[in-house]
Design a protein around this ligand. Structure first.
Ligand SMILES: Nc1ncnc2c1ncn2[C@@H]1O[C@H](COP(=O)(O)OP(=O)(O)OP(=O)(O)O)[C@@H](O)[C@H]1O
Ligand SMILES: [Mg+2]
Length: 161
């Protein structure tokens, strides 16, 4: 077993004959904050999509929590909270109701919604519709959603301040 929470080995993704990701060896240690940077078109989003099992690698391996994403995707995703690029919400629902959907999907206790709303400072506006939210409030809501269920790994990515 490796002591990395995320590890990729010679990860490659080709689109037709174009290599978007060319042999990445990522190593992210448990308990750390990892900045994944690179110029536009470098392959960051493509890599993150492979980490989350949203697209298949052309070759190479993705290990999360020491388990291979191939075959263990559901088990791994249960312990990942992700906020990738522009999250979408049900605009006509409140922040509380949006989180309620996530809560039901993840089979969590109702108190979890109160916990994450308080953590991101949205308790006061829990009953406000998301369409009436400012950009910063929406971003906080995205973080709250990613924190639900106290995941072992949080991926906050492509997030513009
Ligand atoms: N579905 C696709 N089909 C073909 N080429 C793709 C596809 N997705 C991405 N690419 C190409 O792969 C390369 C990497 O794209 P990617 O979106 O991973 O970059 P990025 O590092 O996230 O860039 P940015 O900082 O602009 O978000 C780019 O050249 C892009 O045009
Ligand atoms: Mg990108």
């Amino acid at each position: 077993m490796s002591n990395y929470i995320v590890e990729t080995k010679d990860l490659i993704k080709s689109f037709k004959n174009f290599k978007a990701v060319n042999g990445i060896d990522l190593k992210v240690k448990e308990g750390t904050i990892y900045g994944f940077l690179g110029p536009n078109g470098a392959g960051k989003s493509t890599t993150i999509r492979m980490l989350l099992g949203l697209i298949k690698a052309t070759s190479g391996e993705v290990m999360v929590f020491g388990k291979n994403i191939k075959g263990k995707r559901e088990e791994i995703l249960r312990d990942i909270g992700a906020l990738v690029e522009t999250p979408s919400y049900y605009e006509h629902l409140t922040s509380y109701e949006n989180l309620e959907i996530t809560r039901v999907v993840l089979k969590l206790n109702k108190t979890e919604i109160d916990r994450v709303l308080a953590l991101v400072g949205l308790s006061e506006v829990r009953n406000k519709k998301v369409k009436e939210f400012s950009l910063g409030m929406k971003q906080r809501l995205g973080i709250a959603q990613a924190l639900m269920g106290n995941p072992k790994l949080i991926i906050i990515f492509g997030f513009k301040f």
